[in-house]
Design a protein around this ligand. Structure first.
Ligand SMILES: Nc1ncnc2c1ncn2[C@@H]1O[C@H](COP(=O)(O)OP(=O)(O)OP(=O)(O)O)[C@@H](O)[C@H]1O
Ligand SMILES: [Mg+2]
Length: 289
């Protein structure tokens, strides 16, 4: 369902460049329910925003189903967002309109995508346990209830892929368990592929697989594996631990310090292109000396 290789995202603000993703690799199988964990600032939301078509990658490969998100046009991206993904934001105020009722909130994205279906909107709210709250305005609902409305909204377009950024971040354990149970049901009964970003390791027991993004974002590390997936993938998915470097538009790249130190490269390196590879090494004059 998802395949990212060497994914890079650089935010540019004024003169400062923030490398939020530095060559990230991740694959998610169709029908999987998995979690991405990592410290604050490690790039979790950045990754999710790219997968959700809300932001563009800077470099690398990123495919979701049939879509190549590096190459899609703006129009295609709009189609992608409407058809393929459901998104639950870290701050759910972005999903919700406070002065509309729960039901109206779910119906709105349906109207936008031209698939208005009141019965389905009601059904979704029943799914998340809010069948008795259809007519309540959002501001009359608790935080946990609002979060469940946000889940119902994210499903309004019948997405194949559900992306949830810290969906349980601001609710108590009981509500958090309830939300995870809803995700599991969606995953099992509707076959929705689900990616949940969290910094809560306790959620690990509730998903098929957990992947950690580390601060450098150079690689992903598998904390928990889905044994079925390992078999199905023929061992292809795990143990991907290749390191990438960022190559900017003018061709500059950053070589990890450890590599340079171990070769004794300092200030100057020799570079060779053999038609296939670029070889960077200690300058010959230094080697001989
Ligand atoms: N629009 C932006 N412009 C500039 N820098 C940004 C932007 N969005 C994120 N960043 C930076 O990119 C890095 C990754 O941010 P991101 O929001 O992806 O982290 P996160 O893992 O979701 O953190 P948290 O757990 O706190 O939500 C951070 O250093 C952040 O400051
Ligand atoms: Mg975040």
């Amino acid at each position: 369902m998802i395949h990212c290789e060497g994914l890079v995202k650089i935010y540019k603000t004024d003169d400062i460049e923030v490398v939020a993703l530095q060559g990230l690799n991740i694959s998610v199988a169709k029908g999987e329910m998995m979690a991405i964990i990592g410290n604050s600032g490690s790039g979790k939301s950045t990754l999710l925003n790219i997968l959700g078509g809300l932001d563009r990658p800077s470099a690398g490969q990123v495919r979701v189903g049939e879509w190549n998100l590096l190459k899609v046009t703006d129009d295609e991206l709009v189609q992608y967002k409407r058809k393929t993904v459901g998104f639950i934001w870290q701050n759910n105020a972005r999903n919700l309109v406070p002065y509309l009722t729960a039901l109206e909130n779910v119906e709105m994205p349906m109207m936008l995508s031209g698939k208005y279906d009141r019965a389905y909107a009601k059904q979704l709210l029943e799914w998340v346990g809010l069948g008795h709250r259809l007519g309540n305005r959002l501001q009359q609902l608790s935080g946990g209830e609002q979060q469940r409305v946000a889940i119902a909204i994210s499903l309004a377009n019948r997405p194949e892929l559900l992306l949830a950024d810290e969906p349980t971040g601001s609710v108590d354990t009981k509500t958090s368990d309830m939300i995870m149970d809803i995700f599991r049901r969606l995953n099992k009964e509707l076959g929705v592929t689900i990616v949940i970003v969290t910094h809560d390791l306790a959620l690990a027991s509730k998903v098929d697989r957990v992947v950690a993004i580390r601060d450098g974002m150079t690689s992903t590390e598998f904390i928990k594996r889905n044994p079925n997936l390992d078999e199905a993938g023929g061992g292809k998915i795990h143990d991907v631990h290749e390191e990438y470097v960022v190559l900017d538009k003018v061709g500059r790249l950053q070589i990890p310090k450890a590599y340079l130190q171990s070769l004794g490269i300092d200030g100057k390196a020799s570079m060779e292109f053999d038609g296939e590879k670029i070889i960077i090494r200690t300058p010959k004059s230094l080697e001989e000396a």
